[in-house]
Ligand binder design. Structure first.
Ligand code: ADP
Ligand code: MG
Length: 702
C-alpha cells in the first residue's frame, strides 16, 4: 500500500496508457472521438484494439468482454477469449482482437428485460463501445464499457439514455453560457459523486437466513434491544475486520481507477458508507456499478456479506445513495458555484433557478427515478427523505431569493431593489450538511445532493432525469433570453418570475415532520407514496414530450421502461411473499409448536412430580403462543390466497393493475404475517428459534 500512485488506475487503459502505446495519429483521432462523444471510426479501431490486447495480455488477461448495463439494474457481461487458431496449423493458437470485436458485440440478449421492445425473433441486440469510458482489466478479462441497443436502434440499457441526456444538457447549457459571453467554453459536463451506503454482516450468520439469501432483506425479525438509539455507531471506531475490508476494497477500486476516498460508519449498527471523488457522470455511473460489485466480492474474501438492499432490517435505518450532481465547463468552471461579481452572480442565479423550476415542474420524474419495491420501505418512513419531492436551499440563500423576488434588500429592512446582473449577491455562509439530512434534494454550496435513491439503484436513472429536466428549463430560458433586446431586464424579470412561480418547491424544514405532509399538500406538491403510485407518471404525455424533445427516450422506450419497472415491482413482492410463506410454514410454525410441546411436557412433568405445584408461567405461555400460532396460521392462509389470486389475474390485468393489487392486497397481509411472527419470536426460547436474531445479525461482525 506504499505505492498508491502507481497502483491507482494500473488496470485501466487510460489516457496515459493510450498515449504511450498508440501511434500519435491514432491517439489523436481517438481523443477527438472521445471528446466529441462519437463512435470510433473503423479505420483506427484495429490499431486501438491491437494496443489494448497487447497491454491486456501483459497484465495477464486471456479474455475480453463487452460490459453493459441492461434494465436489470446490474451489469452484464459475456466473455470471449482472445484465442484464434493459427492459419498454418490447427494445433496452435494466437491471441487476436480485432477492431470489429472492439467496436461491436452481439450478445444473445433475448433474456434481458425489454418491455416488449424487442420481439424474440429479433432477439439479438448489439453492444457498442463507449469510448468515453476507459476499458479496464478485472479477473483476467479486458472489460470494454459498452452501450446496449436493439437492431432497430432502441436503447435496451441505462447507459445509452444517460449519454443522450448528457448531450442534451451540454447543448442547452452552452446556449446560456454564450449569452453570458463565455465563447471559450465548448463543452459542459455533468459531474457526479455518489455516496454509497451498505451493511456488512458475517457470512456464517447470513447463510442461516433464508430471507436474506433469497430476497436480500429480512422478512421477519423482532427488534433488538439495542438498535441505533444511542447513535454510537455513526462515525464511530471502525472494527478491525471492517477496517481490513475497507483497505482491501480501496485497493481493488484504486486499481480500477475508481476514486474511492472516504469510508466511515453510518447511523445503524453494521452500516457503513463509501464516498468517491466526483467525476463525469457516465464514468461515475460505471464506477458506482464496479464499486457495488467489488463490495460484494471483497466482503466474501473476509467471510462477510455486503448487503446493498435499501432496507435489509426493519426498525433500523435503511441504506441510500446520495447523488451529488453539478455542472462544469471544459474551462474548469463549476456553474453552481456562487460568483463574486454581479455578472457571475446573475449566471449562478439563472442556473439555480433552472434547477428550482425543473424540480417543481418534474417532481414526478424525480420521484419515479427513486421508485422500487425495496425503496418503498425507506421513503416516507421517517428516516430517509419523504416521498414528497422538495428542495433545500438553506436559510440564507432562500432569503436572498425572497429579497430578489420582493425587491427588498437581503436583510429585509430597506426597500432597495436588488437588480440581478447589476448588484452583487451578499456573501452567504454555506449551510452545514447536517441541517439538511431530511431533504430529498439539497443545495450544498456548489452542487445538489439528490438523496432519495436506494442503495442498490443504478445512478443512471436519476442523472438521466436531472440532466433532461434541467435541459428543458435551460432551453426555455435560452429561448427567452436569445430573443430579447434588453438582456439585463429580461434576465431580471425571468429570475423574479421563476422564484415567484416555483418557490413552493423550496422547503428548509424537517422533512420527517408529519406537519410537512399537510403543508406540502397545501402547497400543491405531489406525494406519490409508493412505487405503483409513482411509476405510471414516467410515461405521462407531458414526460413523453419532454424526453422526445431532448432525444433521450422515445415514446416506445418510455413505455417499455415503465412496464419493466412495474413488472419488477410485482416480481419482487411475489418472491418475498413466497419466501415468507415458505419460512412461516416450514420453520416458524414448526418451531413454535415444538416449543409449545416442550412447555406442555414441562407442565405435565411438574404436576406429576409435585402435587399442587405452581404452573402459571407454563400455562400462560402455552395459551399465548397457541393463540399466536393460530393467528400465524390464519395469516399464512390469507397470504396464500392473495398470492394465488394475483397469479390468476396475470392473464387478464395490466401490469399497472397487478402492481396496485400487490400493493393493496399482498403487502398488507405480509405485514400482518410478519407482525405475528415477530411477536412469537419474542416469546420463544432462543434455542427453538430457527433463525439468527436481529442481534446476531447486526452485531455479527466483531
Ligand atoms: P459534503 O460533506 O458537503 O457532503 P463532500 O465534499 O464530502 O461534501 O462531498 C460529498 C460528495 O460530493 C463526494 O462524493 C464528492 O466527490 C461529491 N462532490 C463534491 N463536489 C462535487 C461536484 N462539483 N460535482 C459532483 N459531485 C461533487
Ligand atoms: Mg451526503
Amino acid at each position: 500500500m506504499n505505492h498508491v500512485p502507481e497502483l491507482f488506475g494500473s488496470m485501466v487503459f487510460n489516457d496515459a496508457v493510450m498515449k504511450e502505446r498508440l501511434p500519435e495519429d491514432v491517439y489523436k483521432a481517438l481523443k477527438r472521438t472521445m471528446q466529441a462523444g462519437r463512435h470510433l471510426h473503423a479505420d483506427i479501431a484495429g490499431d486501438v484494439a491491437n494496443a489494448m490486447k497487447e497491454w491486456a495480455i501483459e497484465k495477464g488477461a486471456t479474455h475480453y468482454s463487452h460490459w453493459f448495463q441492461p434494465m436489470t439494474g446490474v451489469t452484464a457481461e459475456k466473455h470471449d477469449s482472445f484465442i484464434t487458431p493459427c492459419k498454418s496449423t490447427q494445433d496452435q493458437v494466437i491471441m487476436e482482437f480485432s477492431g470489429k470485436e472492439l467496436i461491436k458485440g452481439e450478445p444473445d440478449a433475448s433474456s434481458f428485460p425489454s418491455g416488449g421492445l424487442r420481439a424474440t425473433f429479433e432477439a439479438r441486440g448489439y453492444t457498442a463501445w463507449d469510448p468515453t469510458s476507459y476499458a479496464f482489466i478485472k479477473d483476467n478479462t479486458l472489460y470494454i464499457p459498452t452501450a446496449f441497443c436493439s437492431y432497430s436502434g432502441e436503447a435496451l440499457d441505462k447507459k445509452t439514455p444517460l449519454l443522450r441526456s448528457m448531450e442534451a444538457i451540454n447543448r442547452q447549457a452552452l446556449r446560456i453560457l454564450k449569452l453570458f459571453g463565455h465563447d471559450d467554453v465548448t463543452m459542459v459536463n455533468t459531474t457526479v459523486g455518489p455516496e454509497q451506503e451498505y451493511f456488512l454482516i458475517d457470512a456464517d450468520v447470513y447463510a442461516k437466513r433464508k430471507d436474506l439469501l433469497i430476497t436480500g432483506r429480512t422478512l421477519f425479525g423482532a427488534k433488538p434491544p439495542k438498535g441505533q438509539e444511542l447513535e454510537d455507531h455513526y462515525f464511530g471506531n471502525i472494527k478491525p475486520r471492517v477496517k481490513a475490508f475497507m483497505q482491501d476494497l480501496d485497493e481493488e477500486l484504486w486499481k480500477l481507477g475508481v476514486f474511492a476516498k472516504t469510508e466511515h460508519n453510518e447511523a445503524a449498527p453494521a452500516q457503513h458508507e463509501l464516498a468517491p471523488i466526483f467525476t463525469t457522470t457516465n464514468i461515475a455511473t460505471d464506477h458506482n456499478q464496479l464499486t457495488m460489485e467489488m463490495m460484494k466480492k471483497v466482503a466474501a474474501r473476509h467471510n462477510m456479506v455486503c448487503l446493498l438492499h435499501e432496507k435489509p432490517f426493519a426498525g433500523v435505518n435503511g441504506s441510500g445513495k446520495h447523488n451529488n450532481w453539478s455542472l462544469s465547463t471544459n474551462t474548469g468552471l463549476n456553474l453552481f458555484e456562487p460568483g463574486t461579481s454581479p455578472q457571475d452572480n446573475a449566471q449562478f442565479l439563472l442556473f439555480l433557478c433552472a434547477v428550482i423550476k425543473a424540480t417543481d415542474d418534474y417532481q414526478d420524474l424525480l420521484r419515479v427515478c427513486a421508485a422500487s419495491a425495496g425503496n418503498d420501505h425507506r421513503l416516507g418512513a421517517a428516516e430517509a427523505p419523504p416521498a414528497i419531492v422538495s428542495m433545500f436551499l438553506g436559510e440564507e440563500l432562500t432569503e436572498i431569493l425572497n429579497a430578489i423576488e420582493s425587491g427588498t434588500s437581503y436583510d429585509g429592512k430597506e426597500k432597495v431593489l436588488m437588480k440581478v446582473g447589476v448588484h452583487a449577491l451578499p456573501r452567504f455562509p454555506k449551510d452545514t450538511t447536517d441541517r439538511n439530512r431530511t431533504s430529498p434534494f439539497a443545495f450544498t454550496g456548489n452542487k445538489f445532493e439528490f438523496r432519495m435513491l436506494g442503495s442498490n439503484a443504478s445512478i443512471a436513472g436519476p442523472n438521466i432525469v436531472l440532466n433532461t429536466i434541467v435541459s428543458e428549463v435551460l432551453s426555455q430560458f435560452a429561448y427567452e433570453l436569445e430573443s430579447t433586446t434588453d438582456f439585463q431586464a429580461t434576465l431580471h424579470g425571468l429570475i423574479v418570475r421563476t422564484i415567484k412561480e416555483h418557490k413552493r418547491i423550496i422547503f428548509n424544514g424537517n422533512g420527517y415532520d408529519e406537519g410537512w405532509v399537510r403543508e406540502a399538500e397545501q402547497r400543491g406538491l405531489l406525494n406519490l407514496r409508493t412505487t405503483p403510485d409513482a411509476l405510471p407518471h414516467f410515461a405521462s404525455e407531458k414526460n413523453i414530450a419532454l424526453f422526445e424533445k431532448h432525444r433521450v427516450f422515445t415514446r416506445q422506450e418510455l413505455l417499455s421502461r415503465t412496464e419493466i419497472l412495474l413488472d419488477n415491482y410485482c416480481k419482487t413482492i411475489h418472491i418475498e411473499a413466497l419466501t415468507m410463506l415458505d419460512m412461516a410454514r416450514k420453520d416458524i410454525l414448526p418451531a413454535v409448536n415444538t416449543y409449545i410441546h416442550e412447555l406442555s411436557d414441562t407442565l405435565l412433568a411438574k404436576k406429576a412430580a409435585v402435587a399442587g405445584i405452581e404452573t402459571v408461567c407454563e400455562e400462560a405461555l402455552i395459551r399465548k403462543l397457541s393463540a399466536l400460532a393460530s393467528s400465524l396460521y390464519t395469516s399464512i392462509n390469507a397470504l396464500d390466497r392473495a398470492v394465488t389470486m394475483v397469479k390468476d389475474r396475470e392473464h387478464t390485468d395490466s401490469v399497472e393493475q397487478l402492481a396496485e393489487f400487490y400493493k393493496d392486497r399482498v403487502v398488507s397481509v405480509m405485514q400482518d404475517l410478519r407482525k405475528t411472527a415477530d411477536e412469537i419470536e419474542m416469546n420463544t426460547a432462543k434455542t427453538y428459534w430457527p433463525y439468527p436474531s436481529y442481534d446476531d445479525l447486526l452485531f455479527s461482525v466483531k
